[in-house]
Design a binder for this molecule. Structure first.
Ligand code: PMP
Length: 442
């Protein structure tokens, strides 16, 4: 840390006018976050002139890194035409067509401005379509900040209710009753979940699931678990919602295509906006038009939004999604394989107590072995490995001081702007960091 640095001074200024110094918890890290000045492809330059490889990519939304010339040109072109207007534009149809063509379960889509809204709309769609109240979600899974979706995202281990009760806990600040209509499931617990869903079958509107849960150390939902969710929801007359805000990049047509599971409703965000704010909900024409088509007085859910499908986001999204074609998708996944293989090799070579997780263009390195699938098991892993968060912090700071911006809890997110050399630099520095941590020198 350098208290005389521009970043440190900006943070002091920010603390005067914003609680915690920011509008987004995840940008903070101690002792002060570095402030960004500009981005270029895989690189980000901070306000002190230091250049680093960006392996966060705005929490996975920048599929082509920073300022891809074609995305920037599309934004500039649109900015010269119009940025926001109370009329629909063709760009909205274009982006909808691209996404509907790629996602087997999505015939129709509606846009909003954040993944949080995409998930919120998915939940409303399910409740309006089924006329039922309960949403089931997985304990510890982050789905944005809608009250329902946020239930039991970070429950305190001292407050766990018995898993077979399905009882959730509202997040601080949520409506006190927000957990009353939520059923909390344990990740990958096939039989326990089946019984819980059946016990609430007549009131169950939908199960909300993210197929790769970032804050469960990238625990993937097992095929067995997802297949059970698909079968049970169908049998109970409930809907299956995939939260693909984060996971869309796992398959060319989203994680659903990769996994061979068809959701009824899909929440989207991040990469589809080409780096500008976006969220969306999509599904079959049967469900979507029953809920949202305002002609003939059919609509059951009112859906407005001053900036929904704003032309700037739509133009950036069209440019980005066109560039993210199959060859680009496949090349990016090969870089992801290279990174995970390389990280696994340095973990083995150093004998570090760590595990490598992730899929496609996402990799995670977590400082404990063995994992644990559920939030509760991971909480126990953390209790049994009290030095985990200190190691993660040392690792993060080593990477930061050696040219790599990564996700604090231990993740790396690739973009098409990355090269093999960029990936190899991460692997080399990860190896050094693990050696230093082991030797107690980091
Ligand atoms: N769902 C998932 C799985 C996410 O990862 C996120 C964001 N990290 C969200 C929803 C919320 O998206 P946004 O931040 O755009 O509101």
């Amino acid at each position: 840390p350098d208290r005389g640095s521009n970043s440190s001074k900006l943070f002091d200024r920010a603390l005067n006018v914003m609680p915690g110094g920011n509008s987004r918890h995840t940008v903070y890290f101690p002792p002060y976050p570095i402030y960004a000045a500009r981005g270029e492809g895989a690189w980000v330059t901070d306000v002190d002139g230091v250049k680093r490889l960006d392996f966060i990519n705005n929490y996975s939304s920048l599929i082509h890194g920073h300022c891809h010339p074609e995305v920037t040109a599309a934004i500039a072109r649109q900015a010269g035409l119009l940025t926001a207007i109370s009329l629909p534009t063709e760009a909205e149809i274009e982006l909808a067509e691209i996404i509907c063509a790629r996602m087997p379960s999505v015939d129709q889509i509606r846009f909003a401005n954040s993944g949080t809204e995409g998930v919120m709309m998915a939940i409303k769609t399910a409740r309006a379509y089924t006329g039922r109240r309960i949403i089931a979600k997985i304990e510890g899974a982050y789905h944005g900040s809608d009250d329902t979706a946020a239930v039991s995202t970070y429950p305190h281990p001292g407050r766990f209710s018995p898993p077979e009760s399905g009882i959730g806990i509202p997040e601080p600040g949520s409506a006190p009753g927000s957990a009353a209509d939520v059923l909390v499931l344990q990740m990958n617990d096939v039989e326990g979940t089946r019984s819980l869903l059946r016990a609430h079958g007549t009131e169950l509107a939908a199960v909300l699931v993210d197929p790769l849960v970032k804050n469960l150390a990238y625990q993937p939902a097992s095929i067995e678990f997802l297949t059970m969710l698909r079968e049970e929801t169908k049998a109970l007359g409930a809907l299956l919602i995939f939260d693909e805000v984060y996971s869309l990049r796992l398959g060319f047509g989203g994680a659903q295509e990769l996994l061979g599971i068809k959701a009824d409703i899909t929440a989207m965000g991040k990469i589809i906006g080409g780096g500008l704010p976006v969220g969306a909900v999509g599904g079959s024409a049967e469900i979507m038009s029953a809920v949202y088509d305002q002609r003939e007085g059919k609509a059951r859910v009112s859906h407005g939004g001053t900036y929904n499908a704003n032309p700037l986001t739509m133009a950036a999204g069209v440019a980005a999604m066109r560039l993210f074609d199959r060859p680009a998708f496949e090349r990016l996944n090969r870089l992801g394989d290279r990174l995970r293989d390389g990280l696994t090799a340095v973990v083995e070579a150093t004998g570090a107590d760590a595990m490598v997780r992730g899929a496609a263009s996402i990799a995670g390195l977590f400082h404990a072995r063995g994992g644990g699938q559920t939030y509760r098991e991971l909480a126990k892993v953390r209790m049994d490995n009290p030095d985990m968060s200190r190691k993660a912090e040392l690792f993060f700071h080593h990477m930061l001081n050696n040219g790599v911006l990564m996700g604090g809890p231990g993740f790396f997110i690739l973009s098409t702007a990355h090269t093999e050399a960029d990936v190899d630099h991460v692997i080399e520095q990860a190896g050094r960091a693990l050696e230093l941590i082991k030797a107690g020198k980091a």
